[in-house]
Design a protein around this ligand. Sequence first.
Ligand code: NAP
Length: 280
Amino acid sequence: MLLDGKIVANEKMLKIRSEIEAIKDKYKITPKLQLIQIGNDPASTIYANSKIKRGDKLGVEVELKNFASIDQKSLIDYVKSCNGRDDIYGIMIESPLPPGLNFYNTVNNISFYKDSDGMTPYNQGNLAMKNEMIAPATARAVIDIIEYYKVPGNTVCIINRSPVVGRPLSMLLLNRDYTVTLCHSKTPDIRKISRESDIVVVAVGVSGFLDNDYVKPDSTVIDVGINYSGKKITGDANFSVLEKYIENITPVPGGIGIVTATDIFENFLNGLKYQLENKK
Ligand code: NAP
């Protein structure tokens, strides 16, 4: 079966939109998501613009603040000024940051309830305590696909250990009683582990990395990878081979990416509700 992300994203969009509308009516506010970009990396500009468009569909004002260049201290001061603003309910630092700026040190200064990207240490740590109010959107998207399509199985192999994908996803899966193995570039025999797993999540950033050597026929592959070849986008799975060989697979594009883009706004909404309920 093709695990179509658009269906999942559309359903979530409707729910998020209606909650945002109700909040706007009740509190008479226009909640804003502030994107902060330094430099003009083309991929980061594409992602920022797509968030602006998606925000428009959801009734969220998304504003992009671009700095041609800025030093670390001034960037942190700007982040802190956004924390203090009443009109801003979410903040995202667009990556990559140019050399000389540290992503972790920057993100670490975002108030946890405005952390729409789920990248602050506070929110990452909360996942280990089973508090999923705000979680990295890509990890949330994998869970959404598994739950929406009722993907069978208990064992999951994640080929990625980054703070964006593998680490938070392992926590979300553990919270749902899955048995999880994290693999990475130093894992001696990934195939042995992945072939014994019901679900394989791949996010290595190498087009066509995962073929049928890595999986058993009744497994599900969730392809998180995004690789550009000119204008063509491919995932990390060898889709044409695997779609005939295994039970379920997500396409790229049209799989995890579109659900991730939506789940940023789920984080935004959860942070918004927290701020309104706690009068931050
Ligand atoms: P990253 O920080 O570079 O992490 C890549 C991970 O893959 C690392 O854990 C790395 O191992 C592992 N890896 C790389 N080559 C490997 C190999 N040959 N064998 C086994 N493991 C290998 O990147 P990321 O930010 O997590 O993103 C990963 C991919 O997901 C990229 O393609 C990115 O574009 C995509 N992505 C997609 C979305 C979405 O919405 N669909 C969102 C975020 C990221 P080490 O830790 O040992 O280096």
